[in-house]
Design a binder for this molecule. Structure first.
Ligand SMILES: NC(=O)c1ccc[n+]([C@@H]2O[C@H](COP(=O)([O-])OP(=O)(O)OC[C@H]3O[C@@H](n4cnc5c(N)ncnc54)[C@H](O)[C@@H]3O)[C@@H](O)[C@H]2O)c1
Ligand SMILES: [Zn+2]
Length: 438
């Protein structure tokens, strides 16, 4: 959350207060005043400064968010109660939910395509558990990822009415569905949303032709990861998710990179299904790679959930790709645009002397092996420059460019010259461009 500074000029007198509950009222007490062992003291503090102009109060409220990211299976098996009670943090709370005093109600938003495939299973699950539910199946596509769609969901939610504290809304779908529905225990059904969109706190919709322009940082109360949904995903969407996985590998995990390099094709073919009799080694690579992708992502997100620190390795591949994705919508999927951005940045790293030629070639071959695009004609030098300019504006005047400095390691750079950006662009185009029919 916001950083806190106490300005203590010589003219200013600051008093620190703790907050103590007296009967029902919270009351300011001076920092060293006696409160007794049973007193209810808040972790929040109020600082009061008297200045020439008047009084200034500074409120410091530590807010702790805790949410669960749970790997599971058989989520839609009617005997599995995870989806109904798994979001609770205390066992007694789960027990009271299991023996409800009033009928359980759930508002469920499902991606339309997911509903076509899993709709019967979803309805049966809730019916068998005597849940009164409203299932809203919507075309949650990138083109529809808008405020209008978010408002439509809110209108439906308003007319169904739920108890905000005890009846969480459930989102079932890919990254778009989870990003729009935002507040809820998500059930990711694409690889991309499994390892990325569902594990953090960021939500949003596109606005004014800009990607994720309106949004909020709200972690879900819980996220359930069930790999079995991935089996019905088209192959192109598996590659799409592998791009975000590769991002984490390139930034911080050499083993994950080597796993993707070696088993990428198996993962694409087996669709991450862990049937060891059929897929042998690749089944292990499925669970290992998803686990590494999730933990490396959580490591970066947990200490910086609100992005106070703008130096973020997870921004790799996301400097130029948002503008590229929006410019050619709907022809590139999110992960594909991210990969094109990463491929160019790998050339920037090479030109900066941070990667050897061999390392650069291994990364590009791995991308090709994952069936991801490594170049696009719409990713022009002009688009790259305007994206970086935009980044300067929104990132406190620094470009904060994450670049690989070897396999599975990265650093943030602020002073990459135009000459390097340009020579990287030329080499990138010379080596990877595909002639386009006009
Ligand atoms: N919030 C975050 O931190 C975060 C991180 C990464 C990406 N994102 C966002 O995620 C979005 C992309 O997510 P996505 O790639 O999951 O796209 P998506 O939600 O559009 O889903 C891709 C396609 O797969 C279909 N589908 C979903 N599950 C399926 C299943 N089990 N079987 C068959 N088809 C299925 C959907 O109908 C859709 O056509 C982008 O908008 C991106 O901005 C958000
Ligand atoms: Zn992304």
């Amino acid at each position: 959350m916001g950083k806190f500074h106490l300005l203590n000029s010589s003219k200013e007198k600051t008093t620190e207060y703790k907050l103590v509950r007296v009967k029902s009222a919270w009351t300011c007490k001076e920092k060293h005043s006696h409160t007794g062992p049973k007193a209810c003291v808040s972790a929040a503090k109020i600082y009061e400064s008297l200045t020439d102009k008047g009084t200034c109060w500074t409120v410091v409220t530590p807010i702790i968010f805790s949410y669960k990211v749970t790997e599971t299976h058989g989520l839609l098996d009617p005997c599995n109660s995870t989806l109904l009670t798994g979001h609770t943090h205390e066992p007694q709370q789960a027990d009271t939910l299991r023996i409800p005093t009033k009928p359980i109600r759930r508002f469920v938003v499902v991606d339309q395509e997911v509903y076509r495939i899993y709709g019967t299973q979803i309805s049966t699950y809730f019916e068998s558990n005597n849940v009164t539910c409203k299932i809203l199946a919507l075309p949650t596509t990138e083109e529809n990822k808008s405020m209008e769609m978010a408002l439509k969901i809110l209108e439906e939610l308003n007319s169904f009415t739920i108890d905000r504290r005890t009846e969480p809304v459930i989102a079932i779908g890919g990254g778009v569905c989870l990003d729009i529905v935002a507040w809820l225990p998500p059930l990711p059904t694409t690889l991309l949303s499994y390892i990325d969109a569902s594990v953090g706190a960021k939500t949003g919709v596109n606005f004014a032709n800009c990607k994720n322009k309106i949004g909020a940082y709200i972690p879900p109360v819980a996220t359930y990861l069930d790999l079995s949904f991935i089996k019905t995903i088209p192959r192109r969407h598996i590659s799409n998710g592998l791009a975000e996985m590769l991002k984490m590998a390139l930034m911080k995990h050499k083993e994950l990179f080597e796993l993707l390099e070696k088993h990428g094709q198996h993962l694409l073919e087996s669709k991450f299904q862990s049937d060891s009799n059929v897929f042998g080694q690749s089944s292990q690579s499925a669970s290992r790679s998803t686990r590494l992708a999730i933990i490396t992502m959580l490591e970066e997100l947990a200490p910086n959930l609100w992005e106070d620190d703008l130096d973020r390795l997870v921004d790799f591949g996301h400097l130029v790709s948002p503008a590229l994705e929006m410019r050619v919508l709907p022809s590139l999927l999110h992960g594909e645009a991210v990969n094109i951005d990463m491929a160019y940045m790998v050339y920037v790293s090479r030109e900066s002397g941070l990667l050897t030629d061999e390392e650069k070639n291994r990364i590009i071959s791995c991308m090709v092996g994952l069936e991801l695009p490594v170049w696009h004609q719409a990713c022009t030098m002009e688009l790259i420059q305007s994206s970086l300019q935009d980044r300067l504006k929104h990132s406190g005047g620094l470009v904060r460019m994450p670049l690989p400095v070897g396999l599975g390691q990265a650093e943030i750079f602020n002073n990459t010259s135009y000459e390097i950006l340009n020579s990287a662009y030329e080499k990138w185009c010379n080596e990877l461009s595909i002639p386009v029919d006009v």
